[in-house]
Design a binder for this molecule. Structure first.
Ligand code: ADP
Ligand code: AMP
Length: 214
């Protein structure tokens, strides 16, 4: 099973990917996470990407596609892939088709998380994660069971993304509308798009995705 989770920033792609990894043994391929790791490690890719990410703009198609290619090359053929935050442009969508072919995979579904844009700013400005294991939380919608302690690993260190501020979020949403949303019709023509109400609770969204992938 190979799926794309598509939706604007804050739609819930990372949250649902973590559940797919846990429940279905799939692998999350998040270009955002890969780029943040590169920034942290100050690799050449990270040094190039940092300012672009901080501005909420898109990193080059070549950089992100090379990251995906390397991850697919390192994966077991029978482990399913969840593409989270990739592809984000028509060029990336074409490259992904070629990469899937190269690695002997086929795309089963493009699952679009439909969300109300006004809610996204609230979601993103309330987002934080565990500094140790990366578990995702939200100040009001999804706080840890015990305040200040990660449910998954017990760490008491948390972090927020530098690009999760209102101004950058607006740019990221414009980028989504202008460059990412236009890739949907191509997938629709292939009959593989499934829509999920991303405004439902986290558990309800998980149930809807589970019923699609079976
Ligand atoms: P994306 O990966 O699409 O940018 P995330 O999965 O990081 O989005 O979710 C953004 C924020 O919204 C996080 O703080 C997360 O806890 C919260 N969130 C995710 N899904 C829901 C939901 N269905 N209802 C309310 N809050 C949600
Ligand atoms: P995300 O974690 O998906 O919200 O991505 C964070 C940032 O990383 C984005 O705002 C972009 O700057 C960059 N990024 C992540 N994935 C891609 C991609 N597929 N194409 C271009 N830029 C990306």
């Amino acid at each position: 099973m190979n799926i794309i989770l598509l939706g604007p920033p804050g739609a819930g792609k990372g949250t649902q990917s973590a559940r797919l990894v846990e429940h279905h043994g799939m692998r999350q391929l998040s270009t955002g996470d890969m780029l943040r790791a590169a920034v942290k490690a100050q690799t050449p890719v990270g040094l190039k990407a940092k300012a672009v990410m901080d501005a909420g703009e898109l990193v080059s198609d070549e950089i992100v596609s090379d990251l995906i290619d390397a991850e697919l090359a390192a994966m077991d053929a029978d482990t399913g892939a969840i593409f989270d935050g990739y592809p984000r442009t028509a060029v990336q969508a074409d490259i992904l088709d070629r990469l899937l072919d190269k690695h002997g995979r086929t795309l089963d579904y493009v699952i679009e998380l439909e969300v109300d844009e006004d809610a996204l700013v609230k979601r993103i400005t309330g987002r934080f994660s565990c500094a140790n294991c990366g578990a995702l939380y939200h100040d009001t919608a999804n706080p840890p069971a015990q305040e200040g302690v990660c449910d998954a690993c017990g760490s008491t260190e948390f972090k927020r993304r530098p690009d999760d501020n209102e101004e950058t979020v607006r740019t990221r949403m414009q980028e989504y509308r202008a460059k990412t949303a236009p890739i949907l019709p191509g997938y629709e023509a292939r009959g593989i798009v499934r829509r999920v109400d991303g405004m439902a609770s986290i558990d309800e969204v998980t149930a809807a995705i589970d019923s699609i992938i079976g």
